[in-house]
Design a protein around this ligand. Structure first.
Ligand code: HEC
Ligand code: HEC
Ligand code: HEC
Ligand code: HEC
Length: 201
């Protein structure tokens, strides 16, 4: 870039360099935003959390999409809110001076889907009693849950779908959890596996 400003005169060079910088940053912004991570993509668009029942109709089919709903419903994630009413939770809460863990942000933070979402960001089937639901990991489903979008993973991502990795798990699986157990991503992934069956055509 120095060479440019030397040969064309410093003013023009400066303009050119600023222009290139501008292009570079706007392009990289445009490229990263739609793929988005939870905070960047979901927040400004204000997508609604639709509830796990909105996914069930298509994601509980043995032979095609798979039984993700039943697998999830039998998992600890589906118990995350209900378990806050149990004895263990009360004991953990009491030690922190918390009266009712099901009403405390200090616990709900990691035990429900879409913690902190406003009323406008909750669809009619949103229910915090579902605990850590599909959308806690895959992002609010308002836009991506339509068949024509869902069938195309790239389009789905542009419409708020997240394929989570270790980083997304650690938003909750970290030492801020009062009952924290060391989080081993590969092992934990085996426990929550809910694959699409291999196509047998
Ligand atoms: C109208 C039916 C329908 C609904 C409703 C639906 N899905 Fe899907 N979903 C599909 C189909 C079809 C696929 C593609 C399956 C395949 O690749 O064989 C898919 C794929 C996915 C994938 C994998 C995408 C990838 O990149 O491989 C995820 C994750 C997913 N859905 C999550 C959800 C969640 C969460 C909800 C609820 C908010 C939901 N879906 C609602 C039909 C649906
Ligand atoms: C929104 C917060 C949140 C996110 C995100 C999250 N989890 Fe969890 N997870 C929990 C909570 C809360 C529990 C405990 C629920 C209970 O037992 O009531 C849990 C429990 C589990 C368990 C069972 C642990 C046990 O001791 O039996 C596994 C395995 C697990 N999570 C894996 C994962 C993986 C893998 C990811 C990322 C792909 C993930 N979790 C993302 C909150 C979360
Ligand atoms: C930073 C996220 C986070 C916060 C905040 C949090 N939890 Fe959890 N909680 C988890 C995760 C993740 C698990 C599952 C794995 C673990 O214990 O590390 C869990 C598991 C539990 C369990 C099941 C433990 C077991 O051994 O069966 C109870 C009970 C519980 N939490 C109660 C609470 C209470 C009560 C609060 C509020 C005082 C709270 N949690 C706050 C993330 C959190
Ligand atoms: C604790 C986080 C978590 C929850 C809750 C969760 N998922 Fe997933 N899901 C994942 C992760 C991580 C993957 C990617 C697995 C991989 O890369 O192999 C995934 C993959 C998928 C896939 C693609 C599977 C494949 O074989 O390609 C579908 C479809 C899906 N999830 C649907 C759902 C539905 C529907 C629900 C609720 C009923 C749900 N998920 C709940 C974390 C979660």
């Amino acid at each position: 870039m120095r060479k440019i400003s030397l040969s064309y005169g410093s003013k023009f060079g400066l303009v050119l360099v600023s222009f290139l910088f501008f292009m570079f940053f706007s392009l990289s912004y445009a490229q990263t935003t739609p793929k988005g991570d939870t905070t960047k993509a979901a927040a400004p668009a204000k997508l609604k959390y639709m509830g796990a029942l909105s996914c069930k109709m298509c994601h509980n089919l043995e032979k095609t999409t798979g039984k993700q709903y039943d697998i999830w419903a039998a998992s600890k994630h589906a118990m995350a809110y209900k378990d806050l009413a149990g004895d263990k939770a009360k004991e953990v809460a009491k030690a922190k001076g918390i009266e009712d863990p099901q009403k405390s942000d200090k616990c709900l933070k990691c035990h429900i889907t879409g913690f902190g979402a406003s009323a406008a960001e909750k669809g009619p089937k949103y229910n915090m009693a579902e605990g850590v639901g599909c959308e806690a990991c895959h992002g609010p489903g308002e836009k991506y849950k339509d068949m024509k979008i869902m069938k195309d993973p790239k389009l789905a991502k542009e419409n708020g779908m997240i394929m989570p990795g270790e980083k997304e798990c650690k938003v909750c699986h970290n030492p801020d959890s009062p009952t924290y157990k060391e989080f081993k991503f590969a092992d934990a992934m085996k426990v929550i596996a809910h694959p699409i069956p291999k196509k047998t055509k």
